[in-house]
Every structure is written in C-alpha cells, then in structure tokens.
Design a protein around this ligand. Structure first.
Ligand SMILES: Nc1ncnc2c1ncn2[C@@H]1O[C@H](COP(=O)(O)OP(=O)(O)OP(=O)(O)O)[C@@H](O)[C@H]1O
Ligand SMILES: CC(=O)C(=O)O
Ligand SMILES: [K+]
Ligand SMILES: [Mg+2]
Length: 576
C-alpha cells in the first residue's frame, strides 16, 4: 500500500482481507458471545440433494397440522421456535427489532449450517448469483425452504443478481492470488483453458475493456484492495504494474480511474440486467425466492420493467424487488428508484468503489431516511464485521459502525463474506444480534432526549386512512407503554406502516399468507406469524390470545394495541 497516492479518497481503504496474522493490540474487547436461544438439532446427512421438496406453489400452502410438533400444537398459528423462545425468555419488549440478512456461501451452505444461522437469528438468506452454479443455488434455496417447513421458521430467500459491471474471472477455481508490489500483470479479454492460462494473467468479462482503457489509467480491484497502473496496451492485452499489492479474489470487481474520476465509457451503456441475469431471474421465480436484489441499478425504469416481468411470468407472485444503491447513476436517480422498488440496499462495497469513500456514510444516512419516508425496507450492507472473516471478535470500529446503522433504525443489517466464507459466521451473527439488542434498548431509554426522532413519520398528501390509523396506533402504544401492537393484515401493508414509525414495542403481524409472512421478516420490529383469520376482529383476537397463551408466549394483563386492515380499526385491550 505504501507510497501510492489515492484517487478516490483521502482515506486509505482498509486492507482487511490481507490482515497480518498478528495485531498490535491484545487482548481485544470481549464482545459477549450470546448463546443462541436454541441449539440446532442434528439432522440427517444433508449432502443429499433434496428432490422436489419445494415447489413454487408449496410456499403458498397452508401449513398442515402434524408437519412438526411446534406447529401441530399451535392450532394453525405458525411461529418459529427461536421467536417463541425469545418471547418466553426476554418478554415482549426486549425482542430484537433490527433484522439480519446472511449471505450463504461455501462456509454455510449445508443444512445444519443454515439451520445454525436460523437459530442464531438470520431473517433472510441471500444467495449471490455472481458465484456458484444454478445447482448450488437451487440446493441452498431448497434447504432454506425445508428448514422453514420442518421447523416453522420464516427465513426469506433473497437472490442477488450479478449485474453487468466489470469483473475478473474466477481464477480457475483458486481461492485467491497474490499480486506483489511492482509486479507486471496482464488483464485481457482473451479466454484460456485452465491448463493453458499464462502466469499473472486475468481475463476481464467486458469486451470493450482493452479499447476503453488508456495508458496511465489506474485499475482498482474491489475499490482499491489491490491497485495497478496501465503501462502498455498490446491488442486485447492490457499490461499493468501493481502499485498497491494485495490479494485478488475470484470475480473481484474492477473499476478504472483517470484524472481522479471513475471512467465511464461504453461500460456505462451496459444493461443493468444482463441476459445471464434474466436467466437467473427466471430461475429465482421458478424457485419461489422472496426478494430479488438488483445490482447496479441506474434508473427506476429497470425496476419497473423487472416488476412487470415478474407479474407476467408469475401472476400473483409476491416477489419483492430490492434496488441496490451502489453506483453513481443510482445516486442521481435515488428518489424515483426507491419509489419504484419494494426496498433498497445500501451496498457499500461497490458504492465505495465508485464514489470517494468518505461520502459513503452520509449517503447511507440519506438512503435510510428516504426509505423510511417512502415506507420501503432498507438494508445496510458490506464490511460491517469484515475482520471477523478471520478473527472471532470484531474491532471496536466495526461495532461502532454496526451501532450507527442500528441507531439510524435501518430495517436490516447484512453479512457478506463474514457468513459466506469467513471462519466465524455464527459468531458474526451473534455480534449483530447482541449489538442490536443493546443499541435498541439504549435508544428506547434515551429517546426522550432526541428531539430529531419523530414518533411518527409525517403522512403523505393527501393523507391515507391506513397511514393515519398506523400513526395513531403507534403513538397510543408509546404513550400507554403497550406490550405489543397486534396487526391483522392480508397484504402486509398495514404492518409496514406500523413498522415505519419504529414504535417502542414489537409488532406482531398476523397474516394468512406464508410468502407475505416471509417478506415481513425483513422489516424492522415485525414479528410475523402465519394465521388464518376472519373479518370478525373480536373472534380473531380471542383466538390469537388463546393460541399464544397456550404456548406461554403472552401473559394475562399485558396491554395490546390491536390494528386490523380489514376493519381499519384500533383497539386497546388487556390480555384476559
Ligand atoms: N455462492 C458462492 N460461492 C463461492 N463463494 C461465494 C459465494 N457467495 C459468496 N462467496 C464469497 O463471499 C464473498 C462475499 O460475498 P458477497 O456475495 O457478499 O460479495 P459482494 O462482493 O459483497 O457482493 P456483490 O458481488 O453483490 O457486490 C465473495 O467475494 C465470494 O468470495
Ligand atoms: C452487497 C454489494 O453488492 C456491495 O456491497 O457491493
Ligand atoms: K451481486
Ligand atoms: Mg455490489
């Protein structure tokens, strides 16, 4: 890293993937390693592919009694064992409100490993179509579905598209390659057989690469983890010298810079959704994923196109489209992109490779605020606990970053390499969980001191009835110090509007549809249950109380605010 000037930023990107094995300070703070509330049960050998366990329609099927002990007892109320244990042990007010997305990769793709993450609090499992084969992704998605069916979890599945940004090849299956200071490497558009690939040669996926790049340009791998300068061009080959040494990872992202600006030539014309992405999307629709996260979104148009495509391919489908904010173009059209989407992700990895990294924190804050205003769930992603890829505890700075995102009341935090390929995926998850619980509690206690924190989000104009009902219900819940808000919702919309106000108590969202239950699992403070209910609020309530009481999940005397999107009503009621 030494000696080279930086184009993108006055700060040095952390070379966390290339840590020396020993650090200068020791011991590190002991972040509590909260034991999961339940231990994963050992299941049969999961190397076996699970043929036909999940069909697209299966996700919509009501859960039949007898499928698992947990569900049989519940008389049709579907809740997972972790939520149940959490409620029994910690009571209503201390459940975790911030949701957690875990990227599934080679380190976490077996059934027991996914189960361990679910037990540790994973709400959404993410698969990244940049890596792995369709078969690999299919197996992972089916394992998550099997886990949900067998254990009553509501872990949603998010498919993240590859997008058509420029990246390197897969290093012929090697885990990484080391580029040393001053070494000469060739970046080329030629492809090779694994056996005949010359040394220090990397294939680039973008055909126009050799033409667009100029001598003197800087080539940044993963936003500056490794840096090269272009010294020569020979036909399809671009000869570069390494100026910041480091580890090259398979399919690492490439950007090139000229006169301190990101070069956007013909690559700017590449489609957001490539033909490979469309095939992956077809696969995702067929496998019944809950979310499709679109990489490198440039405009609202692409989101609208994808949403109509999903509707045409799978009428009635509830697949939500998440816009990944990770490019300069997405920032130019931010509001309309978020408005058109069902949610957004602050994808700080690529974002920090496209804009000066010192701008990332303020953009994160802006996207989180905008999403809350527009009532869209928002995920803060990338490098939250990057050092935990190698170490069992995080740095203080990482804990501070995680706390900041929780303090901003983002809906969800995401683990990337930490869970996909790191050495301590469950510990990383445990850190997100314990920091969330601590910061959320602290925020509730300090809330009265924070004048900038609105107790409800101002209504749209003209105001909508559901929004006003949800705002009033949230204020009532806070003033009366209610134990929970119960919401009976068919589409999930009323639950979202309640979540948007970030009330002090948790929101129990009852919905008859399994796929809506899973989607609600991404949203702040919502505890989603699947329950068939009628238009009679009174009888729904009595039934819910007796089902929850039978399982020891609520106690008599607790104050509940009840909202129904059928009757558009609010009630305050003590648990009989
Ligand atoms: N299915 C997989 N197979 C192999 N490795 C994987 C897989 N998924 C993730 N990884 C590894 O984990 C790392 C982090 O994964 P992740 O999907 O979060 O990448 P990212 O670069 O943050 O996301 P994106 O590619 O969307 O910008 C990857 O760089 C890759 O090394
Ligand atoms: C998550 C992701 O795509 C990024 O941070 O770039
Ligand atoms: K991706
Ligand atoms: Mg990205």
């Amino acid at each position: 890293m030494a000696g080279s000037f930086r184009l993108s930023s006055s700060l040095s990107p952390v070379q966390s993937r290339d840590f020396p094995k020993m650090r200068f300070f020791n011991p590190r703070i002991q972040v509590p390693n909260p034991a999961p509330l339940l231990k994963p049960t050992k299941t049969a050998n999961t190397k076996v592919v699970l043929p036909g366990i999940v069909r697209v329609a299966a996700s919509e099927m009501p859960v039949t009694a007898g499928k698992s002990a947990a569900m049989a007892e519940s008389g049709g109320l579907q809740v997972d064992l972790v939520t149940e244990a959490d409620l029994k042990e910690n009571g209503f007010r201390s459940t975790r409100r911030t949701k957690i997305v875990c990227t599934i990769g080679p380190r976490t793709c077996e059934f027991e490993e996914i189960e361990a993450l679910a037990v540790g609090g994973m709400n959404v499992a993410r698969v990244n179509m940049c890596h792995g084969t369709l078969e690999w992704h299919r197996d992972v998605i089916r394992r998550v579905r099997r886990l949900n069916e067998e254990k009553g979890f509501a872990v949603a599945v998010m498919m993240d598209t590859e997008g058509s940004e420029i990246h390197m090849d897969d290093l012929n299956g090697a885990e990484s390659a080391k580029a040393e200071d001053g070494e000469i490497w060739t970046f080329t558009v030629r492809t090779f057989d694994p056996s005949s690939c010359p040394e220090r040669t990397i294939t680039v996926n973008y055909d126009g690469f050799a033409e667009d790049v100029k001598i003197g340009d800087e080539l940044l791998v993963d936003g500056g983890m490794v840096r090269f300068v272009v010294t020569e061009k020979i036909g399809p080959d671009v000869i570069c010298q390494c100026t910041d040494p480091g580890l090259l990872l398979p399919r690492a992202n490439l950007t090139f810079w000229r006169n301190e600006s990101l070069v956007q030539e013909r690559n700017a014309m590449l489609p957001t959704i490539s033909s490979k992405d469309w095939l992956d999307i077809d696969f995702g629709i067929a496998e019944g994923v809950d979310f499709i996260a679109v990489s490198f979104v440039k405009s609202a148009e692409v989101i609208k196109t994808l949403k109509s495509y999903i509707t045409a391919r799978s009428p009635g489908s509830k697949i939500a489209v998440i816009a990944k904010i990770e490019s300069i173009d997405s920032l130019r059209n931010l509001e309309e992109i978020i408005e058109a989407s069902d949610g957004a992700m602050v994808a700080r990895g690529d974002l920090g490779a496209q804009i000066p990294i010192e701008q990332v924190p303020s953009i994160q804050k802006r996207v989180v605020q905008l999403c809350r205003q527009l009532n869209k769930p928002v995920i803060v992603a990338s490098q939250l606990l990057e050092s935990m890829i190698e170490y069992p505890i995080p740095t203080r700075a990482e804990v501070a970053d995680v706390s900041e995102a929780i303090g901003q009341q983002a809906d969800a935090l995401m683990l990337s390499s930490e869970s996909a390929m790191g050495q301590y995926p469950e510990k990383a998850l445990a850190v997100l969980r314990s920091v969330s619980l601590r910061i959320e509690k602290w925020r509730r206690e300090e809330k009265h001191l924070d004048a900038t924190n609105p107790s409800v989000v101002s209504s749209s104009t003209p105001p909508s009835i559901s929004e006003e009902i949800c705002n009033t219900a949230s204020q009532m819940a806070n003033k009366l110090k209610a134990d929970a808000i119960f919401v009976y919702t068919k589409t999930g919309q009323t639950a979202s509007l309640l979540s948007r106000n970030r009330p002090d108590c948790p929101i129990f969202a009852f919905t008859p549809t399994t796929s809506i239950r899973r989607c609600l699992n991404l949203q702040w403070g919502l505890i989603p249950f699947r329950l068939d209910f009628s238009d009679d609020v009174e009888s729904n309530l009595n039934r819910t109380f007796s089902l929850l009481k039978a399982r020891g999940m609520i106690n008599s005397g607790g104050l509940i605010i009840v909202v129904s999107d059928v009757l558009q009503s609010i009630q305050a009621i003590k648990v009989p």
